[in-house]
Ligand binder design. Structure first.
Ligand SMILES: [Zn+2]
Ligand SMILES: [Zn+2]
Length: 271
């Protein structure tokens, strides 16, 4: 079986301490055939740090390292560009760095009424139900804006909000009230050839959440066929998390192939 993890972080990301070689050695030990390194480039920080150089350093690390693994593991150079609407020009410059194989677009923070709500560090236990609905709506609006501004190869973790609101804070959360927005996002990515990521982070009972599966069925029924698998690993133990189970679920829905990217060109492999 071909297991390809298209969303992997290394110590070039602020929230990951694992060097590239350690991720590569673990990927081989876990039986993955390829990994795509997608270190963070969180555009909202553009006034504080040199994001362009940081992204470039991650790519250079991959280019310098991959020859040593060429017969055991394919390593591609990606970048996860977050919240690109904070500086679209810089985002596009990062997306054009030489040597990039793949651009992943994501939204990590919601900007609402002059306030920033970083999904990973907002305390959702103290917010009202109404505020959570507003944040979720704005989240999907930002995803839609991001797609138009950046035109990434991959749309990352569309169900990211649930990771925090529901799983970490155990607040009531369902994607049902947002189906109109989600359908609009699906229509856009299908029309523009952008792959939808199945993000397997924070899943520990060895299966995708029911709503995630329902949404994948919905995407499939609308004609969506381009998918990638990404563990979003920041630690070695999360690499390729639940990929065998995810492959089975995807085949059950009707997907026959998943996608990978090299030199910004998509290719497909059988699930
Ligand atoms: Zn992310
Ligand atoms: Zn990530």
């Amino acid at each position: 079986m071909n297991y390809i993890d298209m969303h992997v972080h290394t110590d070039h990301s602020h929230d990951c301490k694992v060097p590239l070689r350690e991720m590569c050695d673990t990927a081989i030990a876990k039986g993955l055939s390829a990994i795509n390194i997608s270190d963070h480039c969180d555009i909202w920080k553009w006034q504080r740090c040199d994001l362009y150089s940081a992204a470039k350093n991650s790519i250079i690390d991959v280019l310098d390292t991959r020859a040593a693994y060429h017969d055991r593991l394919t390593i591609t150079a990606g970048v996860e560009i977050g919240d690109c609407f904070r500086n679209p020009k810089l985002s596009r410059q990062v997306a054009e760095i030489e040597g990039l194989d793949c651009v992943t677009g994501s939204v990590h923070s919601v900007f609402l009424d002059e306030e920033r709500y970083p999904m990973a560090s907002t305390d959702f236990s103290v917010l009202s139900d109404e505020r959570i609905v507003e944040i979720a709506r704005r989240y999907f609006e930002e995803v839609r804006e991001m797609l138009e501004l950046l035109h990434p190869d991959i749309l990352a973790h569309l169900t990211y909000a649930a990771r925090y609101i529901k799983k970490r804070y155990h607040r009531e959360f369902s994607f049902m009230p947002y189906l109109e927005q989600l359908d609009d996002i699906y229509r856009y990515i299908i029309a523009h050839g952008i792959a939808l990521e199945i993000n397997t982070a924070y899943i520990n009972d060895n299966r995708l959440p029911e709503e995630d599966v329902m949404l994948l069925r919905r995407y499939y029924s609308m004609g969506g066929r381009l998918i990638t698998l990404g563990s979003d690993a920041h630690k070695t133990e999360n690499l390729g998390n639940i990929f065998p189970a995810a492959h089975e679920i995807l085949r059950g829905i009707g997907f026959t192939h998943a996608c990978r990217f090299e030199e910004r060109m998509m290719s497909r492999y059988a699930l």
